[in-house]
Design a protein around this ligand. Structure first.
Ligand SMILES: NC(=O)c1ccc[n+]([C@@H]2O[C@H](COP(=O)([O-])OP(=O)(O)OC[C@H]3O[C@@H](n4cnc5c(N)ncnc54)[C@H](OP(=O)(O)O)[C@@H]3O)[C@@H](O)[C@H]2O)c1
Length: 437
């Protein structure tokens, strides 16, 4: 009876409902149409009316079901929406409801993949780049010829982002200076403040000012970093759970000056200044606390975070030191797949209930576990030497609960991240004719 009623619906005729149900996957919503379009799909098809007809007693379920996809009925409905969205997507294309987003730092690892993800979702993208010669990999993206516009902009130039954010519905602020250390100097404090931290803050406030003036920007999603967090209390003890409240005290960064402290300081102070400015000016700002990102990449060079993750294999001592520094600060290495981090950025842009900071982490591994995963995919002598360590347990859980509770689901676990990173890295090397990792 239910099946017949469904089959009779416009857009569903001819669909094999049984096989659609077997292939249920809620991640389709974020992958294929995006939550905001999902709502539009529901509206477009008078979904409320449909619900009342077929599931009169379930009509109230939809909003909570959409966010908290626990119940079978929910998954069923989501899948059904997907089926109907096939038709609705064309309708949306015709009625030009697509959104325009600006992505800063579009030449970088996360920025370029985010541009690709947004284009895949049918959005228009204003991508900002410092050096147009570095963005060849963006020009060939599917949909790029019609829906991608490139803008030259530098965080250190006032007014640089004005044109790029004009007419945008939202801005993803991904760009950041990636300086990790400074030359040995007598007055290193002054140098770091005046040459690195102040320009970083000024650049982000420049961008937020441009958003304010544009009037069309409804939300800014800022890419923050796990390096702004601490897993230890003031007495130096491991915290059982690291959540969004565990920001590293700024004086601790100044006092300890551990590996990468300059980057940590710039990220911390920029984010604080951005939230303060946003609050004063009424800008809707959400930040995404990004853990170590890996997986495939579009950039011509191997991204730094991928190089760091692969350092137990490559044996690069400078990169291994970065990995060890991350590990000793957090007690583990928290990981996320490039596709998931980009989906999470978009999820936070489009979820009306998103506010404040969100840790995005699939899972974290202690070093021995990470080495074990690497060795499973790439058994080489470097990694074999490291394998001898016993597996420890993660002292502090790096919790992504706030993001999960909002309804975000991760597509990839740690083994996928490692596998995709190594396979992609290998394939790239072979294509370019260089030796293996
Ligand atoms: N990848 C990770 O594991 C990870 C983890 C935590 C947080 N994050 C955060 O994620 C963001 C992107 O990181 P990523 O890994 O994609 O790094 P990336 O590949 O080095 O990209 C950084 C981007 O920022 C741009 N940029 C740097 N300085 C700029 C300036 N003054 N004005 C305008 N653009 C500037 C770069 O442009 P050019 O190409 O011209 O240099 C590049 O496009 C950063 O905010 C980073 O802190 C990344």
């Amino acid at each position: 009876m239910l099946k017949e009623s469904l089959q009779a619906l416009p857009g569903v005729a001819g669909v094999d409902i049984d096989s659609e149900l077997r292939n249920i996957s809620t991640s389709y919503i974020s992958d294929v149409i995006g939550p905001r379009n999902f709502i539009k799909v529901i509206e477009a098809y008078e979904f409320g009316h449909f619900m009342a007809t077929i599931f009169p007693q379930e009509e109230e379920l939809l909003p909570s079901a959409y966010v908290n996809n626990q119940q079978p009925i929910t998954i069923f409905l989501l899948r059904l929406c997907l089926v109907r969205a096939t038709g609705a997507a064309e309708q949306m294309e015709e009625s030009k409801v697509e959104l325009t987003y600006c992505v800063t730092g579009a030449t970088g690892y996360i920025g370029s993949w985010l541009v690709k993800s947004l284009l895949q979702r049918g959005c228009r993208v204003h991508a900002t780049v410092r050096n147009p010669a570095k963005c060849l990999h963006l020009l060939s993206l599917a949909g790029g010829d019609e829906r991608l516009m490139l803008f030259k902009a530098d965080l250190h130039q006032e007014g640089s982002f004005d044109e790029a954010v004009k007419g945008c519905d939202g801005v993803f602020h991904v760009a950041a200076s990636m300086e990790f250390s400074v030359p040995e100097k007598e007055n290193v404090g002054n140098y770091v403040r005046s040459r690195i931290v102040d320009p970083a803050i000024k650049g982000t406030l420049n961008l937020l000012n441009a958003c304010l003036n544009a009037k069309s920007v409804k939300r800014v999603v800022l890419t923050s970093s796990i390096s702004t967090m601490t897993a230890k209390d003031d007495a130096g003890n491991w915290l059982p759970i690291v959540d969004e409240s565990c920001q590293t005290p700024i004086d601790r960064v100044w006092n300890t000056k551990t590996n990468g402290w300059v980057y940590v300081l710039a990220k911390l102070l920029t984010e604080d200044a951005a939230f303060q400015f946003a609050q004063e000016k009424g800008i809707d700002l959400v930040s995404i606390i990004t853990t170590t990102v890996a997986g495939p990449f579009l950039t011509p060079m191997v991204p730094l975070s991928v190089q760091v993750l692969l350092s137990p294999i490559t044996g690069d001592s400078r990169l291994s030191q970065i990995l060890s520094a991350v590990h000793s600060r957090m007690g583990s290495v928290a990981l996320v797949h490039i596709e998931d981090i980009c989906s999470a950025h978009i999820f936070l842009m489009e979820n009306a209930r998103a506010e404040g900071r969100y840790i995005c982490c699939t899972q974290s591994c202690v070093m021995s576990e990470l080495v074990h995963h690497l060795a499973m995919e790439y058994p080489c002598s470097n990694v074999q030497r490291l394998l001898k360590q016993e597996h420890g347990s993660v002292p502090s859980e790096i919790s992504s609960r706030k993001l999960r509770d909002l309804g975000f689901t991760y597509k990839y676990g740690v083994p996928d991240i490692i596998k995709h990173t190594i396979n992609y890295h290998e394939a790239r090397k072979q294509r370019s004719g260089t030796e293996q990792i």
